[in-house]
Design a protein around this ligand. Structure first.
Ligand SMILES: C[S@@+](CC[C@H](N)C(=O)[O-])C[C@H]1O[C@@H](n2cnc3c(N)ncnc32)[C@H](O)[C@@H]1O
Length: 260
């Protein structure tokens, strides 16, 4: 029943959503390199403009959201809560360094800072990073630094590296490289989420693409879980905890991997 309900909702609302955002650039490069440059440029521009307005509302308590956006807010909130539950259960985050790559408006970084972690959080979008800094300041948080950066340009060493719901903007052929880079920043642990590439989600994505919404959006990529796990293993990490969050419009596989 949920499948039918999801399909009907997808068909009737035909709007832009997290996992099924349709492409807006009709001419696509066959070159992987150029495609990556185009993806990043598109993502940066989107999250500095229309995407910022949309996602800033989704990642807030604003009433000015439609039912799809509300569904995504719920799903995303569940992913964040699952991470916070893991970290609370471990009970040792205070004083540890955390690097949150693609931090958005600080939905994860801010509560982690409130738990006592020393946060270094960045986003490719100025608007998102600035909003995260604004929200943190408003809450009197002083142990978090927010700045603008492509995650591949982030350097340093941190106890924990997090990267939540960013991989959807990464082309398949760049995913392993991205995971390898995140692992190179992490002394102890990497927490990463991505939209999993299963036959069902591939099918729903195709249906969603048949009914593009009116607004500009970015390309969306699903990822093979095995490829993500293989990249983690190759970088010397072992998956120790995992979760899946699925609502009607939000699908996110969450892995926590520790350095072996
Ligand atoms: C769906 S939002 C998730 C935000 C945040 N991680 C969260 O869970 O609340 C995706 C974010 O990833 C950022 N992003 C996309 N590609 C990026 C990249 N290459 N480097 C850094 N940030 C990136 C976007 O600007 C956007 O803020």
């Amino acid at each position: 029943m949920k499948t039918i309900g999801t399909l009907f909702t997808l068909l009737s609302l035909s709007t832009n959503v997290a996992a099924f955002a349709p492409a807006t650039v009709s001419q696509r490069s066959s070159s992987a390199l150029l495609s990556t440059v185009d993806d990043k440029t598109e993502v940066r521009e989107y999250f500095n403009t229309e995407g910022f307005n949309r996602w800033n509302k989704i990642y807030s308590e604003s009433d000015d959201v439609n039912s799809v956006q509300m569904d995504i807010r719920t799903g995303h909130g569940q992913t964040i809560q699952k991470i916070l539950n893991w970290i609370a259960a471990d009970g040792d985050i205070a004083g540890k360094t955390v690097c949150d790559c693609g931090c958005g408006v600080g939905s994860l970084a801010i509560p982690l800072a409130q738990m006592g972690a020393k946060l270094s959080a960045s986003d490719i979008s100025d608007s998102m990073a600035n909003e995260a800094a604004r929200r943190a300041k408003e809450l009197g948080i002083e142990n978090a630094d927010f700045y603008t950066s492509d995650l591949e340009s982030v350097t340093g060493k941190y106890d924990t590296v997090t990267c939540v719901d960013v991989a959807i903007h990464y082309p398949t052929e760049k995913m392993s490289e991205m995971v390898t880079h995140l692992c190179s920043l992490a002394d102890e642990r990497v927490i990463i989420s991505f939209a999993p590439k299963t036959w069902y989600y591939v099918f729903l994505k195709k249906v969603g693409e048949l009914f593009p919404g009116p607004s500009k959006t970015t390309r969306a990529y699903l990822h093979e879980e095995e490829a993500v796990r293989a990249a983690l293993t190759k970088a010397g990490f072992k998956v120790e905890r995992e979760e899946m969050t699925a609502t009607n419009f939000y699908f996110s596989r969450l892995l926590e991997a520790k350095r072996v």
